[in-house]
Design a protein. Structure first.
Ligand SMILES: CC(C)(COP(=O)(O)OP(=O)(O)OC[C@H]1O[C@@H](n2cnc3c(N)ncnc32)[C@H](O)[C@@H]1OP(=O)(O)O)[C@@H](O)C(=O)NCCC(=O)NCCS
Length: 165
């Protein structure tokens, strides 16, 4: 296990994505083959964690989205205006290379994503994620995310609760 420090930055052309392996083929393939096109089309932004050897150790993507008000839990709806939807930021993907798992990098990238979502001037009520399996659900719940009542693999975290600015 490495005890490297990581630097978080926007994905750039010089970053080596070829060897990235988080254990999930769709997430590996997305970074290798698809993300560049999504960035060019402005449907996703991608941020990477670089190891001290400049390897891509992890990545995540962010994009604007909206949540249908009536999909949220009743206790949340009560605190919101009666608009049909509320604005949100979607973290479409989050993955850590197998070699770097369990070192706090997934949590650090989630924190970095929340920080970016909170500091933008464009309002968003929450961060939203679609967890790919039960382990991912557990990861997000561990970090305070709340599941939508009728689609438990979609979870949200109100950005007003993010405290570490
Ligand atoms: C989920 C994933 C991003 C976690 O990354 P990681 O770097 O190993 O996690 P970290 O070391 O940063 O863990 C941060 C915290 O989350 C907890 N955690 C990690 N994985 C967890 C899980 N599956 N369930 C519950 N808690 C979990 C850790 O115990 C740690 O807790 P602490 O801060 O209280 O000590 C990583 O395992 C991964 O890339 N998985 C494959 C892709 C994936 O499932 N992505 C999720 C989005 S669909």
């Amino acid at each position: 296990m490495s005890s490297a420090a990581f630097s978080l930055t926007t994905l750039g052309a010089a970053h080596d994505r070829a060897t990235f392996n988080c254990g999930s083929d769709p997430l590996n393939r997305y970074l290798r083959e698809q993300v560049g096109q999504d960035i060019r089309r402005r449907v996703a932004a991608c941020f990477v964690a670089l190891s001290d050897e400049r390897r891509v150790a992890g990545y995540y993507t962010l994009a604007s989205t909206s949540l249908i008000l009536t999909d949220l839990p009743a206790a949340t709806i009560k605190k919101l205006p009666r608009y049909p939807t509320v604005p949100a930021v979607r973290m479409g993907r989050l993955a850590v290379d197998r070699e770097f798992k369990g070192q706090g990098l997934g949590g650090a990238m989630l924190g970095d994503a929340l920080h970016r979502a909170v500091r933008t001037e464009i309002a968003a009520f929450a961060m939203v994620v679609d967890a790919k399996d039960e382990s991912a659900v557990a990861f997000y719940r561990h970090h305070g995310f709340i599941a939508l009542p009728d689609s438990p693999r979609t979870l949200f975290l109100p950005l007003a609760t993010v405290r570490y600015l």
